[in-house]
Design a binder for this molecule. Structure first.
Ligand SMILES: Nc1ncnc2c1ncn2[C@@H]1O[C@H](COP(=O)(O)OP(=O)(O)OP(=O)(O)O)[C@@H](O)[C@H]1O
Ligand SMILES: [Mg+2]
Length: 441
């Protein structure tokens, strides 16, 4: 009981819709506890109500129903147990770094002399020693967020709330600052007893948190909890780290997957990476479809196909598998038949065939949705190839994992979803590939 700092019980939040058109439910029946000594991450997609939940716990807005206790007391107005770091930094541009950091202390009527002393210490702690007199516009994004951290940490709140604190920063800056926060936490000198971190970045959650609560959407609710039971600092190269990342990855891409119950076997069955792609070039696939299109009734005996296409039996099987996987052909009783979609693909110009192909990849092969989502969640829209190959590696021998990657890249490139650049070793999202209209939840 004693280690419970903040306890939400059955918290719901409804907002009135504009024009008195009823209500919108942002949060439904959320119960959670922030415990002393832990870093708790709330992981959820945009719109799952993460910021709303933080605001309710901070006492900035009331819940529509349910209760929030902080240090055992009901939260009725601004909760003095917490201070917040915002994604947008939220610094006052007309104040210096020192004055920005002192603001919260002033609001809490801390005497002037100890205000300055505490603020300088916090500024030092975030590595901004020497910048006390600078104005926000003179600082880089990373430095601004350091001020944002100092301003919250100087209050020494019991719980530090961080709402996507690194997502407005470039990847390297985010990585640095995340690492420093982690170091400070692990050193035991952190000025708060707990951290509540909101993020939609899976790896960030697993690096920093001891426990991850996965939020679902429509309306926002808690899907379940994943414990990060690893020694701190969490080692990304640890096999278990990768397992947890992958577990969360599967959970985030499968709204129906039970967060707690997913066993390795279930994950194996559910992970889009566990289903092998047949190694087929787009040319081979179009070859089959065009040939069927020219065949009477668009139907041919499988037995005749290998000869007509001049491919080996193995290659033919792979091509047939690709064609059926993508919905371009049906296979029954030793006969292959072109589907309407297959005919459309076979007769389309290259320009027309690409979107058709892309739609089929995203609708029928979850692996492509996963890859596109992962890339679009990165600020620089890219990710090292090894990240993906390592996941395939869990399911296939190394060489096959590499082959799976190659095939996915080949198909993804044709579909204009992503490109692999062997120069930087990164998979890059194609422009517009994360247009939300591509996805159905
Ligand atoms: N004051 C408000 N009035 C009406 N609707 C709101 C209000 N605040 C939030 N919402 C709605 O509630 C839902 C959840 O919003 P919230 O900002 O909490 O999500 P989030 O998980 O923090 O998303 P993001 O990752 O984009 O920050 C959204 O659909 C949002 O439009
Ligand atoms: Mg938010």
């Amino acid at each position: 009981m004693n280690d419970e700092l903040i306890v939400c019980t059955n918290v719901s939040k409804r907002f009135p819709l504009p024009g008195a058109k009823g209500e919108f439910t942002a949060l439904s029946d959320v119960s959670l506890t922030v415990r002393r000594g832990e870093v708790l991450a709330l992981l959820g997609r945009s719109g799952s109500g993460k910021s709303t939940l933080l605001r309710i716990m901070a006492g900035l807005i009331p819940p529509s129903s349910g209760t929030v206790l902080s240090s055992g007391q009901p939260v009725v107005e601004a909760n003095n147990d917490v201070a917040m770091v915002f994604q947008s930094f939220a610094l006052l541009p007309w104040l210096t770094v020192l004055d920005n950091v002192e603001i919260g202390l002033k609001a809490r009527s801390v005497p002037r002399a100890s205000r300055a002393r505490r603020a300088l210490k916090a500024i030092d702690m975030v590595g901004l020693d020497g910048f006390e007199g600078a104005y926000p516009k003179e600082l880089s994004g990373g430095m601004k967020q350091r001020v944002g951290c100092a301003r919250a940490m100087v209050i020494e709140p019991k719980v530090l709330f961080m709402d996507e604190p690194f997502s407005a920063l470039d990847v390297l800056t985010a990585e640095n600052l995340r690492g420093e926060i982690d170091d400070l936490w692990n050193s035991g000198d952190f000025p708060s007893r707990s951290i509540l971190l909101v993020t939609h970045n899976i790896e960030e959650a697993v690096i920093l948190a001891d426990r991850v609560l996965v939020l679902g959407s429509n309306p926002g609710h808690v899907r379940g909890e994943v414990r990060i039971d690893l020694p701190r600092p969490h080692d990304r190269t640890d096999r278990r780290f990768k397992d947890i990342v992958e577990h969360l990855y599967a959970v985030m891409t499968n709204p129906d997957l039970d967060v707690a119950a997913a066993t390795p076997a279930e994950l194996q069955a559910k992970s889009p990476f566990s289903r092998p792609l047949p190694h087929v070039r787009i040319g081979g696939l179009s070859g089959l479809l065009e040939l069927l299109d020219e065949t009477p009734n668009d139907t041919e005996d499988v037995a005749h196909l290998a000869d007509r296409l001049a491919v080996t039996a193995d290659d033919l099987l792979a091509i047939l598998e690709a064609a059926t996987l993508l919905g371009f052909a049906d296979l029954a009783g030793g006969q292959v038949r072109l589907t309407d979609l297959g005919r459309k693909f076979a007769t389309a110009s290259i320009l027309e065939s690409k979107p058709l192909f892309r739609d089929q990849l995203l609708a029928r092969l979850p692996i492509f949705v996963s890859i596109v989502r992962t890339l679009s969640e990165r600020r620089n829209r890219s990710m090292p190839a090894d990240f993906f190959i390592d996941i395939w590696d869990e399911y296939f021998p190394r060489e096959e994992a590499q082959q799976q990657f190659n095939t996915a890249v080949d198909w993804g490139r044709y579909a204009e979803l992503f490109e692999y650049d062997s120069g930087d070793g990164l998979l890059h999202l194609h422009e517009d590939a994360d247009d939300p209209s591509h996805f159905s939840e």
